[in-house]
Design a protein around this ligand. Structure first.
Ligand code: SF4
Length: 308
């Protein structure tokens, strides 16, 4: 392990690169990164990078976002196949068709899209949100305007509850957050009655209802930091988040909420990035995210939503 770490650090120096890693990457990758974070933190961090190259250890839409916000930088993704089931659930032509139908019915609406979406979808949206800033952005949509929220129906239904706005929800979901077992969660809560349950808002309502705290990954970190006494936490989000929680706030104990078919939930798309593919992409200067025509309009929406 030490050898490959040294190799990556030497290549990073040679290529004048900054490594950004999402909290859902394996701990060994997060340990090597210059910045770790959720989508919002990493998108903002990408705009402050002073090296010529960004290596994005995350999934495709995240690296695309980094490229859109930094067109002059070389943005590398260790494995181009690192996709996202949620982004895939909302193809741009299908969203455009629904928008046209709603306009045809004379409905006044704005499209609010989760950052977990393709550049083509972002380009036809009015706002882009992350789980970290969604509430603030939704409050910028005039009260007399309907909201079409895409692509995550669970995050959308959570946001309907916290903002009191009714929304037209796209029928998409994340394959990782959708499969937590509420039966196993209830059993775990019985075994550990003093434990607090944390859930990501991408989880279905049956999991959120059983939780003491619902929030994005940065908000989860702040919540556990605020608990002074050592506490047991049941955590319903991607399993690698436990590495970050243990690393940042080691006084607590963290337990993954099991999935329906597995003991812990790891995102198979994030898992495509490994130490080996990270090393190879630095060594070979690719795969690289190249500029596409839809990046222009998508960037305007991103800047307005995330950076202002
Ligand atoms: Fe997409 Fe879900 Fe994986 Fe996140 S955890 S990248 S939303 S499939």
């Amino acid at each position: 392990m030490a050898d490959i770490y040294d190799e990556i650090l030497a290549l990073k120096e040679r290529e004048n690169a900054t490594i950004l890693a999402h909290y859902y990457q394996e701990g060994e990758i997060q340990e090597l990164a210059d910045v770790t974070g959720d989508s919002l933190k990493l998108a903002r961090a990408a705009t402050e990078v002073d090296t010529g190259t960004i290596v994005f250890c995350g999934v495709h839409f995240m690296a695309e976002t980094a490229k859109m916000l930094n067109p002059e930088k070389r943005v590398l993704l260790p494995d181009l196949r690192a996709g996202c089931s949620l982004a895939d659930s909302c193809p741009a032509p299908a969203l455009a068709k629904l928008q046209a139908k709603l306009r045809g019915e004379g409905r006044r609406f704005q499209t609010v899209t989760y950052i977990n979406s393709t550049a083509a979808v972002k380009a036809i949206s009015d706002w882009i949100v992350t789980s970290g800033n969604a509430e603030q952005v939704i409050r910028r949509v005039p009260e007399d305007t309907e909201i079409l929220f895409a692509p995550d129906k669970h995050l959308g239904s959570y946001l309907q509850g916290v903002t009191g706005r009714s929304m037209i929800l796209w029928d998409g979901s994340c394959m990782v957050h959708e499969v937590f077992s509420v039966i196993d969660l209830i059993r775990a809560k019985r075994r550990m009655p003093a434990a607090l349950t944390l859930a990501h808002p991408e989880c279905p309502v049956n999991i959120r209802e059983q939780s003491d705290f619902v929030g994005g990954t940065e908000a989860m970190i702040r919540f556990v930091e605020d608990q002074a006494e050592p506490t047991d936490f049941l955590v319903a989000t991607e399993a690698n988040m436990l590495w970050q929680l243990e690393n940042k706030v080691p006084r607590h104990r963290y337990h993954p909420v099991p999935g329906i078919t597995c003991a812990c939930n790891k995102c198979p798309h994030m898992a495509r990035n490994t130490l080996e593919t990270l090393r190879d992409c630095l060594k070979n200067g690719g795969p690289e995210i190249l500029w596409k025509p839809e990046f222009g309009p998508a960037t305007e929406v991103l800047r307005r939503s995330l950076l202002s």
